[in-house]
Ligand binder design. Structure first.
Ligand code: MRU
Length: 351
């Protein structure tokens, strides 16, 4: 698997996900501003991946800082954190990663560390967030694979794969782990209008791994479910509220409703860093509204009349009652989610 994002000491390198699958181009970010722009413009996307990018962006910004005193350094640090926080609003992993960096800074400053020592600790924390994410995905995969029967056909929406994480993937991690256990798996990948993460990214990753993959348009899932050809659904998440409501790529909610109607299990795979206990339910999750051009155009061709109004909410919220189980790196949570999620979040696994 090609790396999604890599720390290079004086730069951050990431694969340009806007260009896939046509070209495999790597972008080098040399400043915190470059990283913030990469998150905003979807060079890198996917909840855990943008958390890693934000942490690396902060580490990079502070590595390039010219501040000599800790006071000026602290002011620049706060500004860099604010820059990353303003990139995208929905995925909570971004804010979780910024909080990790803030905690590292505060602990180092409190211990009397110099600017150079704080910089080193920030870099080590960003690399740890990256490495922990790969380990979480592997562990999520192991837990989730136990829910996948032999010879299953699995529907997924958007891209919750290696590209959306530091590696291996959340929902695709579950699929990869089931395949590694020797199960015969076929995947149906929703195209995922308007940004086409399913058609472009999920299909690209799975085909590269030799996994049987069929791309369908988003409006085909219902009839394929009714014909009995889907055994389970597994998707990722951008933010999970304390009551188990799940924000994920727009189009996830209708898939969940259809799955319930057809008696098909609907699983969500996400790391603990995606669970936001401070948000009571889905109504408190900010939904990003993206540029109309993503809807009006495919490439340079305009599909819609110029005078038409356009909506482009990038995420939707699936109420907890449609979610069969939430797969995390610490185990599987089931309803009632208020207690099961709180319980899973209680035991810290970060050292
Ligand atoms: O707008 P994106 O591409 O960043 O949205 C990504 C998704 O909605 C993914 O399904 C989600 O982040 C889970 S990724 C492990």
């Amino acid at each position: 698997m090609l790396p999604t994002i890599e720390w290079k000491g004086d730069s951050v390198v990431m694969i340009d996900q806007r260009k896939l699958p046509a070209s495999e181009i790597y972008v080098t970010c040399r400043t915190a501003n470059d990283v913030a722009r990469a998150i905003k413009t979807m060079i890198i996307r996917g909840a855990p991946a943008i958390g890693v990018a934000a942490a690396m962006g902060i580490a990079l910004g502070m590595r390039k800082s010219k501040a000599t005193g800790t006071k000026q350094f602290a002011t620049e640090f706060q500004k860099t954190c604010a820059l990353m926080a303003a990139t995208r609003p929905t995925a909570v992993n971004l804010f979780w990663a910024i909080d990790c960096m803030k905690r590292t800074f505060a602990e180092a400053a409190q211990a009397g560390a110099s600017v150079g020592e704080i910089t080193d600790r920030l870099e080590a924390e960003a690399v740890k967030i990256h490495d922990d994410d790969v380990a979480s995905c592997r562990s999520m995969g192991a837990h989730g694979a136990s829910l996948v029967p032999e010879a299953a056909t699995i529907l997924t929406h958007c891209n919750a794969g290696a590209l959306a994480t530091a590696g291996y993937g959340t929902a695709l991690g579950v699929i990869r782990a089931a395949v590694e256990q020797g199960k015969r798996i076929a995947v149906l990948a929703d195209e995922t209008r308007p940004f086409l993460q399913g058609a472009r990214l999920t299909a690209w990753e799975l085909v590269k791994d030799g996994i049987d993959t069929t791309v369908i348009t988003d409006n085909m899932a219902g009839s394929i479910m009714r014909s009995g050809q889907i055994d389970l659904v597994v998707v990722g998440a951008d933010r999970i509220a304390a009551n188990g409501d799940v924000a994920n790529k727009v189009g996830t909610y209708p898939v969940a409703v259809l799955a319930k109607e057809h008696g098909i299990p609907f699983y969500v795979a996400a790391p603990i860093s995606t669970i936001d206990l401070k948000t009571a339910d889905g109504s408190g999750i900010p939904i990003e509204e993206r540029n109309a051009r993503e809807v009006t155009h495919v490439g340079s061709s305009q599909l819609t009349p110029a005078a038409a109004h356009i909506r482009n909410p990038a995420f939707d919220v699936t109420p907890a009652k449609f979610v069969t189980a939430i797969i995390t790196e610490r185990g599987i949570a089931r309803a009632p989610y208020d207690s099961s999620l709180r319980e899973l979040c209680r035991t810290p696994n970060r050292t």
